[in-house]
Ligand binder design. Structure first.
Ligand code: ATP
Ligand code: MG
Length: 648
């Protein structure tokens, strides 16, 4: 890839990919994927080189996805061992604790990482974990979480991380779902100044699991826990363990991890990723999309309990020999300046977070940002939901000072890495659009009912992908039929994302929201994202969620939940003002029929608005809310039910 003058906002270093490179490489990647990925598959080290590149079928009844299938490799060797000669003393992980007034950050070098991962791998082996066994990781955002992931990969065990905010029920379901042999947990998980009793949650979960499971317990706070025969002290065992553990040779298509989706739309699915293709894809997207350069400090604020943490805290950055930050806390503790304080302290170059955090910090005011020196920032990223243009502009101006390209990355647990995203220095940015496919990704827009391919620009429909890419999930754990049905059942021959999109006049993609969320007002189909963005653009609105509800005349009416900015008071006058506002911003068809003031919105633990629940409340059918086990704060639902606007 050549380096030329950046075509958009200045990136202080020459970008890896220019606009011309992008056009050329993208065409090569979709026209001849075998040649393209044969070359880029070399970015990682293979114990046994692959001779086959792509062997994939989206044919109904035979969904079969294999990449680099005769190659052998080890993920932990790629993320650690191969860097030792050159950068053994370089920081691999900067750990930033929940409470900076009580503890200091830790710098873990690649040599340290090698030692700790090898030790933990030997501890797991001693507990009887063998290649192909499943290990549940239920840990705070502490270095041990990364050690545990990499230790599993070192010995060929399959990890499944359960976010530390999940309840014993959710944990138990995931332990049983993959028939795990060992659970790795900690005494407590500090977060935002509070502590979750992980060990006691695990004990409760294990009441509903088979006998013989072992529990490896990391000491985080040193708080009191109960101890049983199945518990093992991780710190003590690691102190004794040998730091020599040769990496296991794994086939490219051996499972690397299982991860459940966040459950925004229903029952979470156990997504399976495999070894070779996933690592190539995570590493390549990390380097190109964030324009990562040697020596950069990279910070993804996600939790390793989400796919974003897998690909862009651990596997992508470490495969690239980067310095990656692991953050235990939350954006607003001890105060709303925490993100920016950490960026300044560690001279962060790439910062990657979610719209929900950006909206919350925008609500807190720009003074929190301006206190800190953010001059090292070069690229900003967003993931998880469509980012409202209002929040995009704030991120760009207040955080990036107009100098940092924003990459709005659309992807899913299922896709392993970025699918649609601008590239810094190569893409002319548009606030709120995910814009262009990454290399090897072939998006198509389908007409939702007929499933016909919609050609040309200035069109809208459901987003599907026409061909496989290396980071694609391979199956749903233990249920290949569900995999086929969920992702290939509705539109034959295509991977169906579940999201709607628009391809604008320039050929740029905009995610319009989940297909389940589309509302049909008097025959006009509308994505919820657009109405929400219009509401958020009003100066008094902090956040909003829009759903449809049955309407006698229009078929569906528009029901908007609105959270006001700090200090703003709800009133009928403001309600009228917002109706008029949306009318002028989008058009009369988009005017909300009902507006409910919402002190808080129901969100998944990863911060996504759960419209499925809001739809039920709007339909006055709150007796049937469905699975709410992945909600971050179930109590907000009670308030919304009590103050619902559409009563029979
Ligand atoms: P479930 O599949 O269980 O309902 P989920 O879809 O929320 O849960 P994830 O895989 O964490 O689980 O999220 C992927 C989804 O997040 C995408 O399908 C899309 O709806 C949304 N999303 C992610 N990034 C973006 C983005 N940059 N722009 C718009 N939407 C995004
Ligand atoms: Mg999903």
């Amino acid at each position: 890839m050549t380096t030329q003058t950046p075509s958009t906002q200045d990136v202080q270093k020459s970008p890896h990919v220019t606009a011309d490179d992008y056009a050329r490489l993208y065409a090569a990647s979709v026209n001849d994927p075998d040649t393209f990925w044969a070359e880029h598959g070399q970015r990682i080290d293979w114990i046994k080189p692959f001779t086959k590149v792509k062997n994939t079928s989206f044919t109904p009844g035979n969904i079969d996805i294999r990449w680099f299938e005769d190659g052998a490799l080890n993920v932990s060797a790629n993320c650690i061992d191969r860097h030792l000669a050159e950068r053994g003393n370089q920081t691999a992980i900067i750990w930033e604790p929940d409470d900076p007034t009580k503890e200091d950050a830790q710098h873990i070098t690649y040599a340290d990482l090698h030692r700790s991962v090898s030790k933990m791998a030997n501890v797991l082996k001693d507990l009887g974990v063998a290649r192909g066994d499943r290990v549940i990781i239920y840990l705070p955002m502490i270095p041990e979480a990364a050690y545990a992931m990499l230790a599993c990969t070192r010995i060929g065990a399959i990890h499944s991380i359960v976010f530390a905010g999940f309840s014993p029920d959710a944990l138990g379901a995931r332990i049983n779902g993959c028939d795990a042999k060992v659970v790795i947990t900690a005494d407590y998980a500090p977060r935002g100044g509070r502590e979750t009793p992980l060990k006691s949650n695990t004990d409760t979960a294990l009441l509903h699991c088979k006998e013989g499971l072992k529990c490896l317990v990391v000491k985080r706070t040193g708080g009191q826990t109960t101890w049983t025969d199945r518990d093992y002290d991780c710190n003590a065992l690691m102190a004794e363990a040998s730091d020599d553990c040769p990496p296991q040779e794994m086939n490219a298509e051996d499972p690397l991890f299982i991860l459940y989706t966040s459950g925004s739309t229903g029952q979470p699915k156990g997504v399976v990723h495999t070894t070779g293709g996933y690592l190539v894809y995570a590493a390549m997207t990390h380097e190109i999309v964030f324009d990562y350069h040697e020596g950069d400090v990279f910070w993804c604020t996600a939790d390793v309990g989400w796919v974003t943490g897998h690909s862009y805290i651990v596997y992508g950055p470490l495969a690239n020999g980067a310095t990656t930050i692991m953050f235990e806390g939350v954006p607003t503790f001890p105060d709303a300046g925490r993100f920016w304080e950490v960026c300044a302290k560690h001279k962060v170059n790439q910062f990657y977070t979610a719209p929900t955090a950006i909206r919350a910090l925008m609500g807190a005011g720009k003074e929190w940002v301006e206190k800190h020196d953010l001059s090292d920032l070069r690229v900003l990223g967003s993931v998880g939901e469509p980012i409202n243009p209002e929040a995009w502009n704030w991120y760009n101006e207040v955080v990036g000072k107009g100098n940092c390209p924003i990459v709005d990355t659309f992807w899913q647990t299922e896709t392993g890495g970025h699918m649609l995203t601008p590239l810094p220095g190569a893409t002319k940015l548009k606030p709120g659009a995910a814009q262009q496919p990454f290399f090897g990704v072939h998006p198509v827009v389908l007409e939702p009912t007929s499933g016909e391919v919609v050609e040309g620009n200035g069109v809208e429909g459901v987003l599907c992908i026409a061909d496989s890419w290396p980071g694609q999930m391979r199956t749903v754990w233990g249920d290949h039929e569900r995999f086929e049905k969920t992702y290939f059942g509705d539109y034959k021959g295509y991977y169906f994302s579940g999201d709607g999109c628009r391809r604008d006049e320039d050929g740029d993609y905009w995610i319009t929201g989940r297909v389940d969320d589309v509302i049909n007002v008097s025959g006009h189909r509308m994505g919820t994202a657009e109405v929400e963005s219009a509401l958020v653009a009003h100066a008094k609105v902090a956040e909003s969620a829009v759903v449809g509800y049955p309407h006698d005349v229009k078929g569906q009416g528009i029901y908007a939940y609105v959270t006001l900015m700090n200090g703003e008071e709800p009133s009928d006058a403001l309600r009228k003002e917002l109706e008029v506002w949306v009318r002028t911003e989008i058009g009369p068809i988009a005017k909300p029929d009902l507006i409910q003031w919402a002190p808080g919105l129901p969100k998944t633990r990863s911060g996504k608005i759960m419209r499925r629940i809001l739809r039920k409340i709007a339909e006055d059918d709150f007796g049937a809310l469905g699975d709410t086990s992945t909600l971050a704060d179930p109590s907000v639902v009670d308030d919304l039910i009590a103050n619902r606007m559409n009563r029979a």
